[in-house]
Design a protein around this ligand. Structure first.
Ligand code: GLN
Length: 277
């Protein structure tokens, strides 16, 4: 009889335990009473990475406030912290490989890195070679000129010398033909980094720089005598690039990203680096 009672309580315990897990496994919101608009799937664990236990990210750490180095040479920025938070959720250690912007995309394409985070805009050409996560930020291409510049709008850029960062969407749009809304390849110089393009503007080698708005703000703040035109060039979405063959990792990253968005972690990282206007 005693034995039987023990068995019953064991069965009950197992059932309760399973019940707790069933409660956790679903959308995680079942008891909150909140409208379930932001439910997330549990993070899948069936992914692999190129090095076990490590999330290898390629980037170009010259794109403040998304990725840059601090005075100690440590990588900081929104992408860096978000990548770290995702790695934590996936039980991985983050490894950052810093290289040129184009090279960072190629590394992900070739499987030298698992992911690329670089304030990376989603576009069709890139979608052909890497997968993109859900988007996590908006980017705007803006125009930097010197304070005394006669250039007042993007129409005034016609026939002017334009500096961009090589391989970026700013370069891609500007170097397109005028029929397609560009200014012609001959008028556009691609520099190794955004700050080199800005340096060329300061030195008078180009008349304007077309670049993403957040780094533009940082560069203008750090270099007196420059301003950002009021007119916007294009609106874009940033996402995490993931190696095409690794769809299991893509799913896990999307699930982790959704959790970071829902629990406020993502916004608190952004707020550290971007002051609301
Ligand atoms: N958002 C731009 C692009 O994806 C620039 C990114 C960068 O320079 N890091 O092309």
């Amino acid at each position: 009889m005693k034995k039987y009672a023990k068995f019953i309580s064991l069965v009950l315990a197992v059932m309760m335990f399973a019940g707790v897990f069933a409660g956790c496994g679903g959308d995680g919101n079942t008891t909150s009473g909140e409208p379930n608009t932001t439910s997330t799937e549990p993070i899948p664990t069936d992914f692999t990475t190129i090095t076990e236990g490590v999330l290898t990210m390629s980037t170009n750490a010259e794109f403040p406030p998304y990725e840059m180095t601090d005075d100690n040479g440590d990588y900081i920025g929104i992408d860096v912290e978000v990548a770290k938070a995702i790695a934590d959720k996936l039980g991985l250690t983050l490894q950052i490989n810093d290289m040129g912007f184009d090279a960072a995309i190629t590394a992900c394409q070739n499987g030298a890195s698992d992911i690329v985070m670089a304030g990376l805009t989603v576009n069709a050409d890139r979608e052909a070679i890497i997968n993109f996560s859900n988007t996590y930020a908006k980017g705007v291409q803006v125009v930097i000129v010197t304070e005394d510049s006669p250039i007042a709008s993007i129409d005034d850029l016609e026939g002017k010398k334009i500096g961009t960062q090589m391989g970026t969407t700013g370069y891609i749009y500007c170097s397109d033909t005028p029929e397609n809304g560009g200014y012609g390849e001959e008028n556009v110089t691609g520099y190794d980094s955004g700050i080199t393009a800005v340096q060329a503007l300061i030195n008078g080698q180009v008349d304007a720089v077309v670049i993403d708005n957040e780094p533009a703000k940082v560069f203008v703040q750090e270099n007196p005598g420059l301003k950002i035109l009021d007119t916007e060039f294009t609106n874009e979405d940033y996402a995490i690039g993931v190696n095409k063959s690794n769809t299991a990792l893509l799913d896990a990253i999307n699930a982790a990203l959704a959790e970071l968005m829902n629990d406020g972690t993502f916004q608190s990282i952004v707020d550290k680096y971007i002051t609301a206007e």
